[in-house]
Design a protein around this ligand. Structure first.
Ligand SMILES: [Zn+2]
Ligand SMILES: [Zn+2]
Ligand SMILES: [Zn+2]
Length: 460
């Protein structure tokens, strides 16, 4: 499917939620319902020299724009593709002396596009930028202060020869970015590297147990023939069967929180009260809070070490799962794979009872756990997890996504190792020694202590 085709969905009024999107045909797990290129997107301030400003891939060597010395690209193709959106930015950065922050840069890119095409409906969009929600009226004092500062920096940066917009319109754009900016990740899905606005995606309402997932695809132009090139886009993918007329939903927040917490986060970040079935009935809350004895001990014990929690928290308790996740990540990073794999296994077992079977976070977590097991020489369970993760990512990311392709390489490699292990253990360990010297399996990100954020990017 080519990005921008929106024939399979329809805008409608969803009860209690305002506008929404519904399916006009039947979909099955893994189907791409629509793909959408960014209306505008920018790289985060801290990564402007490490990530391509067109495709958002992290690269060793990037070419710098000779004019502004600010923008960086993979190659000529990415640089050429960028020019339409970078042209005005390039001269404004030169005139201004330096690049403003990511929020200002994104607003400016949106405004230059409006100057070019007008604020009405653009090709492939079911909704215009003018019509997107901004929630400025819901802003608290702190947010209003930030908005005023953003508008001021924007006006300092915005060149006098470009089309001039009123204060209210500029505030609208910042409001749109604040509640609809979507986080873009690098090609391995390891790091958030930028933020973009995708108008059609903004029409997809939230449900804590959604029927779709949204995945960022950096695209690629590596194929020799340009007809096989793909551009950077988001893809809305079905998680299971969807009937014609059914509303399409995604989850704006990680499911791994009890309904009360999710509702609080949704209210704070997206200004609505979630009335989805899982929230109303508190479905799976009991699993996430499972304790073996004495509920009042839970919060206190979470702050202490895992060993002490062991006798108290149930296997699916989310506080336990979060600590297991941190423990396995940090230990993997420190290359203490044996201990890490034990924690990763318990984490994944808990996740599988809580998450939707095709949840993308679940897929990524199972993948990391599989790699940890592989590193710990636990080839049988490692291979099993890698296969499981591969099945999930085929649905959530699709077969051509770089992460799925990485995973396929791992699957083939671990399958071969498993066969060797079953035939001849001695040979297997010999081969592993050699393999580790020229390691191919590499998907460990540095552990971070960032709080899990929502689907849409919000300025910290
Ligand atoms: Zn690129
Ligand atoms: Zn430039
Ligand atoms: Zn909900």
């Amino acid at each position: 499917m080519t990005p921008g085709e929106m024939e399979m969905v329809e805008v409608f009024t969803s009860e209690g939620k305002g506008r929404g999107l519904k399916a006009v045909k039947e979909f099955w797990a893994g189907d791409v319902i629509f793909a959408e290129p960014a209306y505008a997107a920018v790289v985060f301030d801290s990564l402007t020299h490490l990530v391509c400003h067109t495709c958002f891939k992290r690269q060793e060597k990037l070419h710098r724009c000779g004019q502004c010395k600010f923008a960086h690209y993979c190659d000529r193709t990415c640089q050429k593709d960028a020019w339409l959106n970078h042209k005005h930015e390039c001269s404004a950065i030169k005139a201004h002396g330096k690049a403003p922050n990511e929020n200002i840069r994104l607003a400016a890119r949106i405004m230059w596009r409006i100057e070019r095409e007008g604020g009405g409906l653009t090709e492939g969009c079911l909704v215009s930028i003018d019509d997107l929600q901004n929630h400025v009226e819901n802003f608290g004092e702190e947010e209003k202060k930030e908005l005023r500062a953003d508008v001021e920096s924007f006006l300092n940066f915005w060149p006098p020869q470009s089309q001039q917009f009123g204060m209210q319109y500029i505030s609208h754009i910042f409001g749109v970015i604040n509640c609809n900016g979507f986080t873009l990740s690098d090609q391995r899905g390891l790091q958030a590297v930028g933020v973009g606005v995708f108008p059609n995606l903004c029409l997809v309402n939230h449900d804590c147990w959604p029927n779709c997932t949204v995945i960022f695809n950096n695209g690629n132009h590596e194929a020799v023939r340009s007809m096989f090139h793909t551009q950077m886009r988001i893809e809305l993918r079905a998680l299971g069967k969807i009937s014609p007329g059914e509303e399409l939903t995604v989850s704006y927040v990680d499911f791994l929180n009890v309904s009360e917490e999710r509702r609080k986060q949704l209210q704070k970040q997206y200004y609505f009260d979630c009335t989805c079935e899982h929230c109303q009935k508190g479905i799976k809350d009991d699993l996430m809070l499972a304790v073996k004895e004495g509920e009042n001990k839970v919060v206190k014990l979470c702050r202490e070490c895992l060993k002490k929690q062991e006798p108290v928290l149930g296997d699916t308790n989310i506080y336990l799962l979060k600590i297991l996740s941190i423990a396995s990540e940090v230990l993997s990073y420190l290359q203490m794979f044996e201990e890490a794999s034990g924690y990763a296994k318990r984490m994944v077992d808990g996740y599988m009872k809580i998450y939707h079977p095709n949840n993308a976070q679940l897929g990524m977590a199972v993948m990391r756990a599989g790699v940890t097991h592989w590193h710990a020489s636990l080839i049988e369970s490692g291979h099993g997890m890698i296969c499981k993760a591969y099945a999930i990512l085929l649905v959530t990311h699709g077969p051509t996504h770089p992460i799925t392709k990485d995973l396929e390489v791992m699957r083939v490699q671990s399958e071969m190792e498993l066969r060797m292990f079953q035939q001849n253990e001695f040979m297997y360990y010999k081969m592993r020694e050699a393999a580790l010297k020229n390691q191919k399996i590499q998907v460990m990100a540095e552990p971070t202590n960032e709080a899990p954020s929502g689907l849409f990017h919000t300025k910290q």
